[in-house]
Design a protein around this ligand. Structure first.
Ligand SMILES: [Mg+2]
Length: 292
């Protein structure tokens, strides 16, 4: 089944909800709120709405206030809001738009026009979601991408310095990956990359940032983790991959571990040390963890 975009309709009058629902129910998954309070609650529940149709005059919290709160909340700020209201005055429309609504529809509604406008805003929302995901994630593995890792590294390093907590980085490489691709084909290679990425994610803490660095290389940032603990953690990851047997192929990884040294304010030297350690792990026979 195709996953339909989700629209949340908030209105205190059942008939208004019914009219909107009738003209949208074939193309969207609908969620209903009968007041402002309920709208704020449902907007934060999965599946998150891709768009909210918001009445202005509601007895508990009016639509303007609901809009203001949704826009001020990080988890709901990107959801487009369209006011649907009997208020015809230009001032009311202007006020709604200054609060961050993308559109303003007056009742009585014309179904074809409502459908067309909603379709436009939903399309824009889905496109911007995709762009945001592309900017952060690697498409194949779902891990963060190199760009994001470099971006976040500044925050991680600043935090590590401020709180005087150790920060380590694991540079991971799948052993003999070229041979896997040559022998089993690129689709198999892709599957193995995905399986390895999944295993790394499953055995990491929520705060660990894991990124695909490029090709078959992946990087893990370990917050508040000294070299000794990073070595242990890395060896656990190595062990898990050795047991994984994706597509019943024996896969191993080599890991180089680098620590942020005192006085360093960016990722470059730490990255170099991890890279050199990885080189040594390869040189020593692979399927092992080596520190800087
Ligand atoms: Mg109303």
């Amino acid at each position: 089944m195709v996953d339909l975009p989700t629209i949340l309709i908030a209105d205190d009058i059942a008939l208004n909800i019914q009219i909107l629902a009738n003209c949208l129910k074939d193309d969207y998954r609908l969620k209903i709120a009968t007041g402002g309070k309920q709208c704020l609650k449902i907007a934060q529940e999965e599946p998150y709405p891709d768009l909210i149709l918001l009445d202005i005059e509601m007895p508990d919290i009016d639509g303007y206030e609901v809009c203001r709160r949704l826009k001020n909340n990080l988890s709901t700020t990107d959801i487009p809001i369209i006011f649907v209201t009997a208020k015809q005055e230009l001032e009311a429309e202007e006020h709604g738009l200054t609060l961050g609504a993308v559109d303003y529809i007056t009742k009585p509604i014309h179904p074809a026009i409502v459908r067309a406008r909603i379709h436009t805003h939903i399309t824009l929302k889905i496109q911007s979601d995709k762009l945001r995901a592309m900017a952060l994630y690697d498409q194949l593995t779902g891990l963060y991408n190199r760009h994001y890792l470099l971006d976040i590294s500044q925050n991680k390093i600043a935090r590590s310095i401020r709180y005087q907590q150790p920060l380590t980085l694991l540079m991971i490489d799948i052993d003999h990956f070229k041979r896997v691709n040559d022998e089993f084909g690129h689709p198999a290679g892709d599957t193995i990359l995905k399986e390895v990425a999944k295993s790394l994610q499953l055995s990491s803490r929520k705060e660990d940032v894991i990124a695909r660095w490029g090709g078959e290389e992946m990087v893990v940032f370990l917050d508040n983790c000294d070299l000794g603990n990073a070595m242990k953690k890395a060896d656990q990851l190595r062990h898990n991959i050795e047991q994984l047997m994706p597509l019943e192929i024996k896969i191993t990884i080599s890991i180089g571990v680098g620590l942020l040294d005192e006085g360093e304010t960016d990722i470059s030297k730490m990255l170099k040390r991890a890279d050199l350690a990885l080189y040594n792990a390869k040189d020593n026979g692979r399927n092992q963890v080596v520190s800087q």
